[in-house]
Design a protein around this ligand. Sequence first.
Ligand SMILES: *Cc1c(COP(=O)(O)O)cnc(C)c1O
Length: 391
Amino acid sequence: MRDLFAEQLEALRARSLDRHLREISSAQGPEIEVAGRRLINFSSNDYLGLVNDSRLREAAIAAIGEFGVGAGASRLISGTQSPHVRLESALAKWKGTEAALCFSSGYTTALGTIPALVTKNDVVLLDKLCHASLIDGAKLSGAILRIFPHNHLGKLESHLEWAQREHAGKRILIVTESIFSMDGDRAPLRELVELKKRFGALLMLDEAHAVGVIGRNGRGRAAEENLNHDVDVQMGTLSKALGASGGYICGSRILIEWLVNRGRSFIYSTAQSPAIAAAALAAVDFLSSAEGEERRLLLWKQINLMRELLPVNAMNKKRGDASSAIFPWIAGDEQAALELSRALQKERFLVPAIRYPTVARGAARLRITVTASHEENQIRSLCQAIKRLGA
Ligand SMILES: *Cc1c(COP(=O)(O)O)cnc(C)c1O
């Protein structure tokens, strides 16, 4: 058996598709320490620089003092503690929905939620570029899964017609992201809402890369575009702009009650640490404040600078309309993406190469993320290095 996996690993290596862990010996931030070297970090989803913020640290430390470290049981047994309750009510208030429910990660949020919404003989229609957690959740549900080309409303419409015709009376769930994790572009939310209404489908929107970034006080796109009543299931994570960890669903009281009863990753897993819930609550409070809004606007200043400076090549023509903190720089070939990433690391920039199966074969890229805590000169020097090395 060992030989079997060794051979498969060798095959991955031969195609430049092998992956390795890298030890970071410092806190996360715009500069991190890797193997004794300080690197400028353009790889993190900590868009607002909150992971090491004193407000979050102090909230977590205070909660450890009061509640200890672990939650001790699943939420339905004895794991629901005051920080979880406070966090959920703050999330619902911030997003403007009736209720919210937290899970131990964004991944398990999708894995527990989709199978609670649909089952065998129902239909899930999923955007081609959806995150692995959404794909896995859809597969686990046992529903019939159809993928539509990225943001392709015409194809989605014909899938909806097909589902309505061939699976009359069954539930139809459309799943997409408001900001796509590897491309940084946006879903056409208004048009999706129009379609889902016309066909009586449910809409689930993953706002992982929109919360904290898009909309007043970083409430994400559903809230910003006044679509809270039309997006049935709003998913998000506490691990990216919010600087903590865990995932959540926001929606109606009935939806949340249903997930408490049927979300298996919620029911059968120990609650998220109360200290982490307290830190996430501090992040939501910060985002809701004037100071938080100022931090978000600072992030947009950096996003606009990156948009202006990142060099354009034949494969990156479309990048001009940056609509998030994520900048894909397409290299195409897996080996080329790896080499560019390595060359940048020699110049003290950490920018990971993203390859198959995270993105399609031949669409390997650098995934550059900017944060509010980067300095202007760091962004400038990264763009100069890419111009020099990526040509
Ligand atoms: C990161 C991510 C998740 C998973 O969230 P975690 O909290 O990291 O488990 C889900 N969906 C999308 C789009 C993501 O980018």
